[in-house]
Ligand binder design. Structure first.
Ligand code: ADP
Ligand code: ZN
Length: 733
């Protein structure tokens, strides 16, 4: 049967739009807009895709690459606040910069598809008609009297408020004396109390806070670094900026490296603003995710504190982004779309025309260079708050400490621990390695126990009696027989992890109360919070931990920090190894002596003359960064040059080799662009994938994205291989 003219889409005047889908496929795709639909850019729409239906976002005018007669119509518009233009621009920007598809980035911005549906209404009860024949009891009377001028409430709340059983309420409903009514649920987040006074700021703090306030009132993009030593009160200072932005009616985003691990931060926020902030991180439940996402979109959530993924929340009134611990590598996302949270936050703020505040005690070299170039303003806080002094730092030369094979803590450090505990103070031992030992070796045949799917040793976790791969999570029970020569009891643990340090301490200081803090022992925010409380309450003398203990904590009675192996991060060819080691050691050192009692730090190292150790001991950080900066500049490394890594992977080693060589053969090669490699990645086997790396190095004035695109377009990637691009790589594994 021929269709009538009014229903057949007409190629010339049919109205079509492009719709972006939250999938990695290249988009957007054009769809027809049915006459009865009112559609604007940013609207969430349900569209047919193959045999399925999917939710996408109206991205703009039709691309026009497909004949309008072939287009399918949008099924319907979803009743949700549209995606703000700022976010759509941000999605496109991040996609272009990271060489991802906009769909892959959009997926990060639509992490909670359920949130698009209006939340379920709540059923409340109000007074119904007056029923003459109603048998009255004192309980029934109380309920009806309450509702005479009280608010309509859900049945449970009403029962509680009036002190009656739910049976009474039910009886009234059945009799018709109470009536059900559906109302929207209450907004999930209470407004921060802006009238609460903050603490009285020191002179240095209030100067910094005043500058931040001015930046916010200027309503323009800017980047300001709060460069304050550990304990200088950076948090208190940027809380003032938060208060100003909230007072101005703007939304605020605070990015933290690992939000779930900082219950102290949340408590401080609540003390300052009277309510908890909205939080966003990977451990949220589906329900929390839905509620929070929607509250950001509707504007109910005024302040969000989150991990890097919070950048993709649908803020419509963003007026300030704070990036605490801006130097943290945890801001770099490696899987999926690889992006750097700090750098993309700056882009997001630029789009929103909003200020950014970076906070750090050990700013990254990139940020320092931006300060030197006058792109960022720096606000120094050179002293600890309240007269606390910086700890004294000394090295322990492990070449002369001459420890037996099963000892890792020097006599000098043990002595310091004993003194600290005797004085009623607390100590922290830092070793950035989880588990008991990083390697299990057979004394007889020399066999090293490796992960079957990674080029890595298995780490022994003695508490759990298991060997685990820290790259893929593979686990086996600790064997008692060598898997290679089958001898019994010949396997020995080599090297220390935190569990082994704990064992050593228990042996040497049996009276001491010792606790361990790593991501293995702290499952989730509650256990971390409990542990932190126990340190604060003085239930522990020695706290042993990985980098988890290095971050943000404030333990007033902690006066000694011992670094078990300061050289650990210096090995390997990582561009930022020295900088990273300096930062983490400085950060851990900063846990010592944060209140009245002065702190000291002992650094165990086999290379006390290394520039990192020398800088820590002398406190001459400026000189250290000057030298690092010079080295980066003369080598043309970031931020003086640009890098992009290409990682080729395949289950088949030959395929990985062939593909990476093919890429090398057609690599761009100009005076400004060089390609290094291919070389087997340091982790040449990961999760069963053989990996090869190439590194593109270009001068600063080159935009690497078009170069990369043109290069990669020449190669056909076989279906059993993958090519991943990492622009501005931070990991070289
Ligand atoms: P940072 O982030 O620079 O390491 P914090 O913001 O954690 O420093 O401050 C260190 C400690 O000093 C915290 O306990 C904080 O509450 C306290 N503090 C900082 N500034 C003030 C102030 N103006 N008034 C009262 N306490 C302050
Ligand atoms: Zn593995």
């Amino acid at each position: 049967m021929p269709q009538s003219d009014t229903t057949t889409p007409d190629a010339t005047n049919a109205h079509a739009v492009s719709v972006m889908l939250p999938t990695p496929v290249v988009g957007p795709y054009d769809y027809l807009v049915p006459d009865d639909l009112d559609i604007a850019d940013g609207d969430y729409v349900q569209i047919p895709l193959g045999k399925r239906e999917m939710v996408g976002v109206v991205w703009g005018p039709a691309m026009g690459d497909v004949d309008a007669v072939k287009l399918r119509p949008i099924a319907h518009r979803i009743d949700a606040p549209p995606m703000p233009e700022e976010i759509r621009r941000f999605v496109d920007w991040v996609a272009a910069y990271t060489l991802s598809t906009s769909g892959a980035v959009l997926r990060m911005a639509m992490r909670s598809p359920d949130a698009l549906m209006p939340p379920k209404p709540v059923v409340v009860l109000q007074r119904g008609e007056i029923i003459e024949t109603l048998r009255m009891t004192p309980a029934r009377e109380r309920v009806l009297a309450f509702l005479q001028d009280g608010p309509a409430l859900p049945a449970g709340d009403l029962a509680r408020e009036t002190g009656v059983s739910t049976g009474v309420i039910k009886g009234l409903v059945e009799a018709g004396a109470l009536e059900k009514l559906e109302v929207p649920p209450p907004p999930p987040f209470a407004a921060p109390d802006l009238a609460r006074p903050g603490p009285k700021l020191s002179d240095a703090q209030s100067t910094a806070a005043q500058t931040l306030r001015e930046k916010i009132l200027a309503n323009a993009f800017s980047v300001t670094l709060v460069d304050g030593v550990t304990g200088s009160g950076k948090t208190e200072v940027y809380f003032e900026a938060v208060a100003t932005a909230l007072t101005e009616g703007r939304q605020v985003l605070v990015l933290l490296p690992e939000i779930a691990l900082t219950p102290q931060w949340l408590r401080r926020f609540e003390e300052r603003f009277g309510v908890p902030p909205a939080v966003w991180h990977s451990d949220l439940s589906q329900v929390q995710r839905r509620v929070t996402w929607r509250a950001v979109a509707t504007g109910n959530a005024r302040i969000v504190v989150g991990a890097r993924s919070a950048l993709f929340l649908p803020f419509g009134e963003l007026g300030l982004i704070i990036i605490d611990e801006e130097h943290e590598p945890a801001f770099k996302q490696e899987d999926g779309v690889s992006y750097h949270g700090r750098d993309m936050a700056i882009v997001r703020a630029q789009i929103a025309e909003a200020p950014v505040v970076l906070a750090s005690a050990t700013p990254s070299l990139e940020t320092r260079v931006n300060v030197i170039r006058d792109r960022f303003q720096s606000l120094p806080l050179p002293e600890r708050f309240g007269g606390a002094v910086m700890p004294t730092i000394t090295t322990v030369d492990m070449r002369v400490a001459d420890l037996s094979a099963n000892r890792f803590v020097s006599d000098e450090l043990v002595k310091a621990l004993t003194e600290t505990i005797a004085a009623g103070e607390q100590a922290m031992l830092f070793l950035n390695r989880r588990g008991y030992a990083p390697l299990t070796l057979c004394r007889t045949c020399g066999h090293r126990i490796e992960c079957p799917s990674c080029a890595a040793w298995l780490t022994e976790h003695r508490f759990r009696k298991r060997l685990q791969c820290h790259h893929c999570g593979y686990e086996v029970p600790s064997p008692s027989v060598c898997p290679s020569c089958e001898n019994v009891d010949t396997l020995v643990a080599c090297g220390p992890g935190v569990e082994r340090i704990q064992e050593e301490m228990v042996g040497l200081l049996p009276e001491a109360r010792i606790g361990i803090m790593t991501s293995d022992t702290m499952r989730g925010p509650e256990s971390a919070q409990k542990f932190i409380r126990s340190v604060e309450d003085g239930d522990l003398d020695i706290l042993i931990g990985t980098q988890m203990v290095a971050k943000g904590h404030h333990f007033p009675n902690l006066t000694l920090v011992g670094i078990v192996d300061a050289d650990l991060g210096l090995a390997g060819g990582d561009l930022r190894a020295a900088e990273r080691t300096y930062q983490i050691l400085q950060q851990v050192s900063g846990r010592a002596g944060r209140a009245e009692r002065p702190g000291r730090v002992l650094i165990q190292t086999f290379q006390p003359e290394h520039p990192v150790m020398a800088a820590l001991v002398s406190g001459n950080e400026a000189r250290f960064f000057e030298l690092e900066t010079e080295a980066r500049q003369s080598g043309g490394w970031p931020p003086f040059g640009r890098l992009a890594a290409i990682i080729v992977s395949s289950r088949d080693a030959r395929v990985a080799d062939d593909l990476s060589r093919a890429l090398a053969r057609c690599a761009p090669n100009t005076p400004e662009i060089r390609v290094l490699g291919p070389a087997p990645a340091p982790l040449s086997l990961l999760r069963g994938q053989h990996r090869r790396r190439l590194l593109l190095k270009a001068s600063r004035d080159i935009a690497v994205q078009p170069v990369l695109r043109a290069w990669l377009a020449q190669i056909k990637v076989p279906s059993n291989a993958r090519v991943r691009v990492d622009v501005d790589p931070y990991s070289f594994l």
